[in-house]
Design a protein around this ligand. Structure first.
Ligand code: G3H
Length: 293
């Protein structure tokens, strides 16, 4: 990461954040086709203190057998769990077109040593993760220590290599201002993020349309400048189809329909999958995932 590029990107001349106005958003219509595509963009998440290998195995089994119950619905984009369950994803989801995402590097606070973050992350990859979700060092960022924050991201990306996707969580609910969300987005992308993600879903307000709007514009500016596409993940409190469609519509409006696939768009959620299955099938109730303990 070059110091000059950060200065350039944070420069006021570059800082032209459009204000979000929900009334100007053209909301995508809720068709079965769109809902299926949305389902295929889910990061199906289990990040509970009482998760266990057995519970995560059962969770994965549901993903493995989804097609037998719902043959016309494409599978979720990824399953996302704590690092201690990386090997469960590695064995259960092997060979499937479903990414094995693991939160890492001191998630959800990021308050540990860089060498520990790197070791935890490398171990998760060694055991089967092919996507890693990390949180920026929020306190350092808020004090303006951008080089420190960027260096950590760059070092973790270097440790996992180009074949493993790095999702960088900005924790937008802790950043306070639109400028901070913009700068954190640019910083994460400059440092090597493959996705930028709104929130951990732990302790701070989760995803908001305003944050998504800013992050999507930052992705657009970054892509134009660096000729590299970075994906977006909304997470934290996204529990209704309506919420998910807002994030979908924002990405469509800012970046276009070609960005609406699970290589570039994700919804991280612990609750939305059954609701989407219910809407797609027209069933009165679906308890495919949510019956799990
Ligand atoms: O990364 C995903 C989030 O932790 C999920 O948050 P949620 O439990 O509010 O859906």
């Amino acid at each position: 990461m070059e110091t000059n590029s950060l200065f350039e990107l944070f420069n006021q001349d570059y800082l032209n954040i459009p204000v979000f106005d929900l009334s100007k958003l053209s909301l995508e219509e809720k068709s079965a086709d769109i809902l299926k595509r949305l389902f295929n963009c889910l990061d199906l998440t289990s990040l509970n203190s009482d998760d266990s290998s057995n519970k995560i195995e059962s969770f994965c089994e549901k993903v493995v057998h989804l097609n037998e119950h719902y043959p016309d619905i494409p599978n979720v984009g990824a399953v996302c769990v704590y690092p201690v369950f990386a090997s469960v994803l590695g064995s259960k989801l092997k060979g499937m077109d479903v990414k094995r995402a693991v939160v890492s590097a001191g998630f959800p606070t990021s308050q540990t040593f860089l060498d520990v973050k790197i070791e935890e992350t490398k171990k998760a990859v060694f055991l089967g993760a092919d996507e890693i979700d990390i949180v920026i060092s929020i306190g350092e960022f808020l004090e303006g220590n951008y080089e420190f924050v960027g260096r950590e991201i760059a070092d973790i990306k270097a440790a996992i290599g180009k074949d493993v996707q790095l999702k960088v969580i900005l924790e937008t609910g802790a950043l306070g201002t639109s400028e901070n969300i913009w700068m954190a987005s640019i910083l994460a992308m400059e440092a090597g993020a493959d996705f930028i993600k709104t929130s951990t879903g732990k302790g701070y307000p989760g995803a908001t349309p305003e944050a998504a709007w800013i992050m999507n514009h930052a992705m657009k500016a970054f892509t134009e400048k660096r000729k590299r596409k970075v994906g977006f993940k909304a997470a934290g409190g996204v529990s209704t189809v309506e919420d998910a469609l807002i994030y979908w519509s924002i990405q469509k409006q800012v970046l276009g329909d070609s960005w609406l696939n699970n290589s570039l768009f994700r919804i991280g959620t612990s609750r939305l999958a059954d609701t989407l299955l219910k809407e797609i099938t027209g069933a009165e109730k679906v308890v495919y995932f949510s019956h799990l303990p």
